[in-house]
Design a protein around this ligand. Structure first.
Ligand SMILES: NC(=O)c1ccc[n+]([C@@H]2O[C@H](COP(=O)([O-])OP(=O)(O)OC[C@H]3O[C@@H](n4cnc5c(N)ncnc54)[C@H](OP(=O)(O)O)[C@@H]3O)[C@@H](O)[C@H]2O)c1
Length: 312
């Protein structure tokens, strides 16, 4: 797999990130290990989790706990980049980015993962009730102590992400150098309301912001929850129509799945003016699905094909 140097070359990550959200809860231990092992066998090294995955299907400790067991069993902590998060709710606790919340949940994440450092630590969602200075100082202190290598922000409005980084710059603190946000090939209906406040869909302005700041976008839910293959899974806010038909036709012509072509498009977007580096972040409970989608990152796209996909 192709590797990317991101965050001022502090992290070398695979150009596809594996989402471990359901591992240990709705995806059982054997299937989770199978997908993790298959990803590593293909040369992957970038794994995404959170302190609250998947609390809607359990306690919220399952994903980090399973990853901790897997890291221990496979003895591969030093070979993988672990991204985890703090700040989202879990059964009425955990929401917020105050100093004591970050410190408390960070220690719990370390224990579950069985590690003494995190490669990429994200604010999972904006916390408008805590001053940005307090949040950024708390994160910075983890970086300065050598416990976190790189910071990221997820589910921020673009202007708030920019404010967080301006605050960090003014105070000499570590900024966010990765953004994680929901993004797929299909456009989103203008009247679509995100599930949570601040959980905005990526638009062109956000992409230009990231491109101009050289900040990579880690794109979650980029497979449209499986909706490119199973129409009933397609989120209601996505606009179908001509763009979807164009994708499907090109996929058929190239003899690949529509989902794999979405992965190809995402991993090649950096070649198009006005787009940042995009790292698709996806998951599956099944190795066959996962590998077929991962193969998308190897599909060759000509400039004509890439531009045609963008313009469709
Ligand atoms: N920062 C955030 O707020 C946030 C929010 C959501 C997610 N995330 C991260 O992003 C990762 C992925 O997100 P996601 O699970 O929402 O979305 P996703 O990757 O877009 O979709 C995953 C779904 O796609 C299905 N799928 C894949 N290939 C398929 C195929 N060939 N045919 C049918 N179905 C197929 C999978 O089903 P099968 O299991 O049947 O293959 C799975 O249910 C998570 O693990 C998490 O790490 C972050």
């Amino acid at each position: 797999m192709k590797k990317l140097l991101i965050a001022d070359k502090k992290l070398e990550v695979a150009n596809v990130c594996l989402g471990a959200m359901n591992f240990g809860s709705t995806t059982d231990k054997k299937s989770s290990y199978d997908v993790l092992d298959a990803y590593i066998d293909r040369g992957g090294n970038f794994i995404d989790t959170s302190n609250n995955y998947a609390h809607w299907a359990g306690t919220g400790d399952e994903s980090e706990t399973l990853l901790g067991e897997w890291l221990r069993d496979r003895k591969c902590r030093d070979k993988v980049i672990i991204a985890t998060k703090v700040g989202f709710d879990r059964h009425g606790e955990g929401a917020g980015l105050k100093k004591e919340q970050i410190e408390y949940w960070f220690d719990r994440s370390l224990k579950k993962l069985g590690t003494d450092y995190i490669d990429l630590y994200y604010a999972h969602v904006d916390d408008p009730n805590t001053p940005l200075e307090e949040t950024m100082a708390a994160f910075d202190s983890l970086v300065k102590k050598g416990k976190v290598r790189v910071l990221g922000g997820s589910n921020y409005d673009t202007w708030r992400f920019a404010e967080a980084n301006m605050t960090a710059k003014e105070k000499g603190l570590t900024p966010y150098s990765v953004m994680q946000q929901r993004f797929t090939y299909l456009n989103v209906r203008g009247d679509a309301v995100p599930k949570y406040p601040f959980n905005e869909f990526v638009n062109r302005e956000r992409l230009r912001f990231l491109a101009s700041k050289n900040i990579p976008l880690v794109a979650y839910s980029c497979l449209a929850k499986g909706g490119y293959e199973v129409p009933e899974r397609m989120p209601a806010e996505n606009i179908l129509g001509e763009r979807l038909e164009f994708l499907k036709k090109m996929a058929a012509d190239k003899d690949v799945s529509a989902t794999a072509l979405v992965v190809a498009w995402l991993t090649n977007l950096y070649r198009v003016e006005g787009y940042p580096v995009v790292i698709p972040l996806f998951a599956s409970s099944k190795v066959a699905h996962f590998l077929e989608n991962l193969d998308g990152a190897e599909i060759a796209l000509s400039d004509e094909e890439l531009n045609a996909l963008c313009k469709a």
